[in-house]
Write a protein that binds this ligand. Structure first.
Ligand SMILES: C[S@@+](CC[C@H](N)C(=O)[O-])C[C@H]1O[C@@H](n2cnc3c(N)ncnc32)[C@H](O)[C@@H]1O
Length: 235
């Protein structure tokens, strides 16, 4: 990627007030399809803490807040974070908080963020995170950094990670690219390999389009054993 993190953050801040019209209005069928699948697969319980990485204006975070105990949104763009905070306040949603955080350093330590993007969040190891979600954001990282991001997510030890994004089910150089410059999708195979390497079992692969999908990864270890939505319904 030839754009710095700061430049990318500024670019999103400039479009933050228009982002919802394009993505949250229900008029973008592909976006709706994978965003809905991310929410559906995240499936939080009332006591779960959910971390939404690349939360943007909080479309996914706010959708999950009704069912989750608490939702924490992290993003690099102050403008997007401001929109997310305004929407939460307008809707009277109190169990969400939004703040600065990067995929490879989410700056979540379990405390509620007071609002400043300068607030240091350096130690994420002791924070409790049950479910990590990320929708249409990981593609901003080149593949090697995607790997580092997934390693950082695994370090948080969530029971589940749900990733919706541009991803290639077929050729990584399609004849008719769905997305333009700035969307650096990975192959599904690469993402599944990395998720498996860091200790997740990939339990669902949803193909929305040949270049878009949703992956559900669950911890393989005993403490975070897989508990499918069907299992939970029958308990
Ligand atoms: C296309 S928006 C998606 C927002 C939201 N998840 C949604 O589904 O509507 C991508 C977001 O990822 C954020 N982003 C890009 N690179 C990031 C990084 N390295 N760490 C955290 N957020 C990042 C951008 O600032 C932007 O808000």
């Amino acid at each position: 990627m030839d754009e710095s993190l700061g430049e990318l953050a500024d670019r999103f801040s400039q479009i933050a007030d228009r982002y919802n019209e394009k993505h949250g209005s229900g008029e973008n069928p592909i976006y709706n399809a994978y965003a809905s699948l991310v929410v559906e697969h995240a499936d939080p319980r009332p006591d779960d803490v959910v971390l939404d990485l690349g939360t943007g204006t909080g479309l996914i975070a706010l959708a999950l807040a009704e069912d989750a105990g608490r939702v924490v949104g992290r993003d690099i763009s102050d403008g997007m974070i401001e929109q997310a905070r305004s929407k939460a306040a307008e809707a009277g949603i109190e169990n969400v908080e939004f703040g600065y955080g990067e995929f490879r350093d989410p700056r979540y330590d379990g405390d509620v963020d007071t609002g400043s993007s300068e607030t240091p969040r350096t130690d994420t190891r002791d924070a409790r995170v049950d479910i990590v979600v990320s929708n249409f954001a990981l593609h901003h990282l080149p593949d090697e950094e995607k790997r580092e991001a997934i390693e950082a997510i695994a370090d948080l030890n969530p029971k589940r990670f749900v990733l919706g994004d541009a991803m290639f089910f077929g050729s990584s150089e399609p004849d008719e690219p769905l997305f333009g410059h700035g969307v650096d999708g990975a192959t599904v195979g690469m993402l599944v390999d990395v998720l498996t390497d860091v200790g997740f079992a990939v339990t669902a692969v949803e193909r929305v389009h040949d270049q878009v999908g949703v992956l559900v990864a669950e911890r393989r270890d005993a403490e975070r054993a897989y508990d499918s939505p069907e299992d939970r319904q029958h308990r």
